[in-house]
Design a protein around this ligand. Structure first.
Ligand code: SF4
Length: 422
């Protein structure tokens, strides 16, 4: 199976944006945008970090030269360095990673290397922040391209969440009832800024991942009558629906409207308030794609990520995190056909690693995550050679006060246990 990079360069007509074939540095100095790929139409906040100029030499090297220079720098740095690669990164980057996984697996993987002076996180901004929160203060967490944000994480910011919280406190009050439950608890998806994780820690709330969202919601309902869930409406809705919560009890909170666009009674009746956020990668999957896959591949197993819209999750055979998807593929009997609804780099890699199966992406158009794609081997070579020369480029540092609250919210997540099954 050819890598996504190769497809992008050799068959631009098969992709959602022909300028994916341009080096990401083309976009670094243009007005801020997420760049080509799934999030290209999403508005980027004015405050989103931007990347300065990448030295020209790194934009002109061949793929082979970059590969060789990354290997050489890695060898020179030895145990002083750990490279983390998210599942959604391009193969040309992931092949250099010491650990490959989802965001939380990678933050934990970094903990196994406390002596590494530098943690180079090939992923997006919120992931590097989480690694900084969990790593030792002396360790430098580096994001090779500062423009690698996350359009979903950017859909909820601390100012609008605080405004929402003030409106909810005015409506619900803050006092616990006779059973000790408070009116509402904030729950943030891992895919959010450190500031929002800190907000949750400071307000009795918690973080969740796509692997443990149900466990976390149950934890929250033991302590509160309602949950404010941000930023991903789809993960919140799919999880709450699977727990038996009716859609009428899940109003959407649109931060641009008073009371989030709701009336007071529907907010009082709510169980889960869903923030108006989504992942533009997973929003691309449709029920029509699933129907086509079933028509063309009788017996196909359709597995999608819970960031997909609810009708897509309902039409699929299974929904689960990237880790769930990987394990489902590994455990399947040889000869299984999978149609998978998640980021194309992971789907193609699974197909290459499992020639005993037929694996394809539900979306026939190659459209990688715009921001994951901003990490190019050129940036990786640049930050690694900087470390060899004693320069720390693109360090991500979370404010100490924010980190305290964020750590509390992450620790609550780790302590939350699924209920005992009878
Ligand atoms: S895949 Fe979606 S949630 Fe993940 S980094 Fe890209 S935009 Fe963000």
């Amino acid at each position: 199976m050819t890598s996504v990079d190769t497809v992008v360069r050799s068959a631009p007509g098969a992709t959602c944006a022909p300028d994916l074939a341009d080096g990401p540095w083309t976009f670094d100095l243009a007005p801020p945008s997420y760049g080509p790929g799934a999030s290209m139409a999403d508005p980027i906040p004015a405050s989103a970090p931007t990347q300065g100029t990448l030295p020209a030499a790194y934009t002109q090297m061949s793929a082979e030269e970059l590969d060789a220079r990354i290997r050489a720098a890695k060898e020179t740095l030895g145990d002083r360095l750990v490279i983390l690669g998210h599942f959604y990164q391009r193969d040309e980057v992931v092949r250099h990673a010491d650990f490959v996984g989802d965001s939380f697996q990678l933050a934990n993987a970094a903990l196994t290397r406390p002596d590494a002076e530098a943690v180079v996180f090939c992923g997006v901004h919120f992931m590097a922040e989480t690694a900084d929160i969990l790593s030792r203060p002396e360790q430098a967490v580096i994001l090779p391209n500062l423009a690698a944000g996350c359009s979903m994480a950017d859909m909820a910011d601390i100012d609008t969440v605080e405004q929402c919280w003030a409106e909810l406190e005015e409506l619900y009050g803050t006092a616990p009832d006779a059973s000790g439950k408070v009116p509402v608890i904030p729950v943030t998806y891992m895919n959010s800024s450190a500031a929002l994780k800190g907000f949750c820690g400071d307000h009795g709330g918690i973080v969740c991942t796509s692997s443990n969202a149900e466990t976390v919601l149950r934890w929250a309902f033991e302590r509160a009558h309602r949950v404010l869930f941000f930023p991903d409406q789809h993960l919140g809705r799919n999880t709450a629906k699977a727990m038996g919560i009716g859609l009428e009890s899940m109003p959407m909170w649109d931060p641009r409207k008073p009371l989030g666009g709701n009336d007071a009674q529907s907010l009082r009746d709510a169980k889960v308030l869903l923030w108006h956020g989504f992942c533009s990668v997973h929003k691309r999957f449709t029920v029509a794609q699933i129907e086509k896959a079933r028509a063309e591949h009788p017996g196909v197993r359709v597995v999608v990520h819970p960031e997909c819209p609810m009708p897509v999750v309902d039409a699929a055979d299974e929904a689960g995190s990237t880790d769930y998807i990987r394990k489902a593929v590994e455990a399947a009997p040889a000869g299984t056909t999978f149609a998978i609804g998640t980021e194309i780099n992971l789907v193609n890699r699974l197909a290459a690693e499992h020639p005993e199966h037929t694996i394809f992406c539900l979306d026939p158009v190659v459209c990688p995550c715009s921001t994951m794609y901003r990490i190019h081997p050129g940036y990786l070579a640049w930050v690694l050679e900087g470390l060899v020369e004693g320069r720390v480029e693109n360090r991500i540092t979370v404010d100490a006060e924010v980190a305290v609250g964020a750590r509390v919210a992450l620790e609550r997540m780790l302590a939350a246990r699924p209920p005992e099954r009878a």
